[in-house]
Design a protein around this ligand. Structure first.
Ligand SMILES: Cc1cc2nc3c(=O)[nH]c(=O)nc-3n(C[C@H](O)[C@H](O)[C@H](O)COP(=O)(O)OP(=O)(O)OC[C@H]3O[C@@H](n4cnc5c(N)ncnc54)[C@H](O)[C@@H]3O)c2cc1C
Length: 484
């Protein structure tokens, strides 16, 4: 699909979208959502650039090409290219969102195959039909995993309000009826379809909450309560007035999902595995995405230092730059390792290594705010104090004279770079990027738990037990069982 084709496809849909208390008549033409629509449109445009074809497109097994973001990975090379594609797309758009479809398809391929093999269901075939449609029609999908969740200390069936987790309230001949809400859903207003996944492990009593399916964004009964995308209409926001993402609450008011779109319904034992499978893919994609944020921030920090007349090749500014590089390339290296150490799963999909994808995501969750601080240290306070566009216009000569920095006549450039840095690190959008780095894809504690669960801790214990007995000690081995 071309960028214009994507906009036209949005005009054919009629979702119930609300922004700032107002119903949106046409998502493609809504100024408050424009940065999000622009970002997705750019992902379509980039996929058609011949020089990016190897990164952005894949050949389908049955012939023809598809966007990499709508395809399964079959090798470590696919994972590496997807990681790189995320980095390139997010450099241009801030948060490209298209990889959500990719991540959900990978997880569903694995778990629907497992369900069919172990429980006799028929989900894998239904998924294959959807995957083919997504590839052929070049769909952009949101992934709705995070439930409202009410009291976090209680399981779904223990909540005072039973709709705090999305659930199946009725199984009718024409489909499953869904009630409840999913929250924090990126890109929902301007997607074509929503892929619904369970957010956590479930018990038998939670059976009605163990649901996965695909829902058109304009399905009757589905309401999208969205924040504006990026910093729509803000003149001082050079990047995020153009590109950014909206997050939305999706309210399911008895939405009927036809059975051929239902991919898990009551198989509670697989809910946690599906959530973890998605997380492994998604955290890997997040690594590419935030490395792109790092690329922009590093570039802006260096540009500011140079505009200030300073060299980044020596002194403490070189130290700062080295720290930024080690942060960004450190977590990106985990993405590369996760690709190379990936494995094939049921359903034929290649998945990134869970330890490396979780640790890489954890590193970025903890270090993106550090990255902002170090870049701001390099750039100076002007990032926060740069005059508004209106003041630059009104007091043009004075502002130009006193914000020149090192280059006479360079004030405009210095102001623009300061605004870019402010936009990404010191505005409400900067806060959004810090928060999506921290919680998007799961809270830091979820990442820690997942990494530890998938790490060979026992192997390390055994190693230590064996080495502890090497010296023999007073009485030799005390019965560790490992040293032979
Ligand atoms: C910008 C942004 C975009 C997002 N996009 C999407 C998206 O597209 N799709 C999607 O599905 N989700 C999305 N998310 C949601 C994201 O996955 C969640 O924010 C994340 O899983 C954390 O959940 P929460 O925000 O509800 O935090 P909470 O669950 O409220 O967590 C707050 C704190 O409480 C702790 N905690 C939670 N439960 C327990 C417990 N039982 N015991 C002890 N401690 C606990 C957590 O570890 C954390 O430290 C997005 C989030 C953000 C910020």
């Amino acid at each position: 699909m071309t960028a214009e084709g994507y906009r036209a496809s949005l005009r054919e849909l009629h979702p119930d979208v609300w922004v700032r208390g107002r119903r949106v008549p046409s998502v493609a033409d809504e100024p408050l959502l424009a940065p999000g629509v622009n970002a997705l449109a750019l992902t379509y445009e980039m996929a058609l650039r011949p020089e990016l074809a190897d990164t952005m497109l894949v050949e389908l097994p049955g012939g023809g090409l598809a966007n990499r973001m709508n395809a399964l990975d079959t090798s470590a090379d696919d994972l590496l290219r997807k990681l790189e594609a995320c980095r390139l797309l997010c450099r241009a758009t801030g948060c490209a969102q298209r990889y959500l479809t990719h991540d959900a398809l990978g997880a569903l391929a694995e778990i629907t195959s497992l369900a069919d093999a172990s429980l006799g269901t028929e989900y894998a075939g239904r998924l294959a039909v959807f995957a083919e449609r997504a590839a052929e029609r070049d769909l952009a999908c949101a992934v709705a995993m995070t439930d409202a969740r009410g009291d976090r200390s209680r399981r779904p069936h223990q909540q005072a309000d039973p709709d705090q987790y999305l659930r199946v309230v009725e199984r009718r001949p024409d489909g499953a009826v869904l009630r409840g809400a999913k929250v924090n859903i990126t890109g929902a207003p301007y997607c074509h379809e929503v892929i619904v996944l369970p957010t956590r492990a479930m018990t038998a009593e939670d059976g009605d909450y163990a649901v996965a399916c695909v829902v058109p964004i304009d399905a009757p009964g589905l309401r999208v309560i969205s924040r504006p995308a990026g910093r729509a209409g803000v003149r001082a926001a050079p990047f995020s007035a153009q590109y950014g993402q909206a997050t939305a609450m999706l309210v399911f008011d008895d939405v009927v999902v036809p059975w051929d779109r239902v991919l898990l319904c009551g198989e509670f034992s697989l809910a946690g595995r599906l959530a973890e499978a998605y997380a492994n893919h998604h955290r890997h994609s997040c690594i590419g995405c935030r490395a792109a944020l790092g690329d922009i921030v590093i570039g802006a920090a260096v540009e500011m230092a140079v505009a200030n007349g300073l060299s980044v090749e020596r002194g403490h500014l070189r130290g700062c730059l080295a720290q930024l590089i080690s942060i960004v390339e450190g977590f990106y290296a985990c993405g590369i390792a996760a690709s190379v150490r990936g494995r094939r799963t049921a359903g034929g999909c290649f998945v990134p290594d869970g330890v490396y994808s979780n640790i890489g995501k954890l590193m970025l969750a903890e270090q993106v705010p550090v990255m902002f601080r170090v870049a701001q240290e390099m750039a100076g306070g002007v990032v926060a104090t740069v005059p508004t566009p209106e003041d630059v216009e009104a007091g043009g000569e004075l502002v130009r004279r006193y914000l020149d920095g090192a280059v006479v006549g360079g004030a405009e450039h210095r102001v623009n770079v300061a605004r870019l840095m402010a936009d990404l690190t010191a505005s409400d959008e900067g806060g959004w990027y810090a928060l999506i780095s921290l919680h998007g894809g799961g809270s830091p504690e979820a990442l820690r738990a997942s990494a530890v669960r998938q790490y060979d801790v026992e192997g390390r214990r055994e190693l230590a037990r064996r080495l502890a007995c090497l010296g023999g000690g007073e009485g030799g081995c005390s019965g560790c069982g490992s040293c032979g």
